[in-house]
Design a protein around this ligand. Sequence first.
Ligand code: SF4
Length: 449
Amino acid sequence: MTATCVLPPGEAGALRRGACPSIAAPMRTGDGLLVRLRPVATALTAQDLLALADLARAHGNGLIEITARGNLQLRGLTEASVPRLAAGLAAAGITPQTGVAIEVPPLAGIEPAELADAVPLADALRAALADAALSLAPKLAVVVDGGGVLFLADMVADIRLDAVAGAQGLAWRLSVGGDRATARAVALLPGERAVEGVMTVAAALAAIGPAARGRDLDPALLAAALGADPVPPLSAASPVHPLGAHRIGTETVLGLAPAYGQIHADRLAALVRALAGCGATEFRLAPHHTLLVRGLRAQMLAAAQACAMRERVWSTQDAPGRAVSVCAGAAGCAAASFDTHAAADALVAEAGDLLDGSFDVHVSGCPKGCAHPAAAAVTLCGTAAGVGLILGGRAGDAAAAILPADALRPALTRLGALLRARRAEGETAGNLIDRTAPATLVSAYQGQQ
Ligand code: SF4
């Protein structure tokens, strides 16, 4: 296998924010260049992950991220080191995907509960899109969801194909611009027309222009172009978070997530070696910043989870830090004015019992708010003057109060104590925050109770 993407001299960092940072077009961030990649191989070995850790350390600053869509990001590269990374990946036999991102469930092809193996259809789509060479949006996303325990119900895409079992047998529901519940239906297609359906949508996008997304399309016009009948609604389905242990057929698959989506290469290597000692044979990248581990011996599951905890990797769905969205912060971004990961750790230590998932918490190194662009119930945001508290707003909104970074932990202690004292039995923390006057929360933050 070969990695064909090599950075042209002088073009490093030319990518604008919002485009897709690949090896050919890395993105400049506060800690150098960032490269996002998804290996072609869905199943990675321990050797693959160890090679990736070595490459991240040798050519970047060692920080590795798993994104919400299950891609890898290596940080802290330079214009000189990106081509060496490409060569190193090739030498390790790791080929990054290129072209339109086509996502399938992480256990596609091996899940007994799936309706269809999405991989062959995704491969056929990849080939058709490459042949057509259409000018499409760089961040265009296609989901092919064959079902199964870890299906992609909550994965937003420009184009979706969802497997549906009907009276006529298996069919693929084509839809545009959303997740399984919100994407607008276009057509119900037999397997042999699924590629044609996606290519019809892709051609319509290309006709609008290279910035067009699924939301810009008219499903009725697409259905007419395909000569398709009206589409029945999809049955309701709640996605299963990949974090934690899952029974898949006769095996147990363990979903692990690096704390706040980021791990250092040294910790990743230590974790992979420890998991291999617990029987792990295969690793798969998955949505929600997750790495799935296969092959663990049943009696070694607890040991594997303990190894994960030692390396700051979550292995259960009740990890309180999961409720906190955190950007790279001072450890990985020059724009950050404080250590967001340390702040999130302090939040977990001082108020972990309140992080019950009923409200969004966002810790942002600066007002840009990369980790959570939408409003959150509580945001801690770095500013030139200190760490701002924003209630019910975005990181870029005006802070209700600002404290020096070294005063943050006592402020979190006060907020935790206040909320605990006011909490009714069985009440969610989200409800508690909703019914607490903002001025009361601000006073606690400032130490003016
Ligand atoms: S929000 Fe965080 S990652 Fe984004 S620019 Fe600001 S400090 Fe950097």
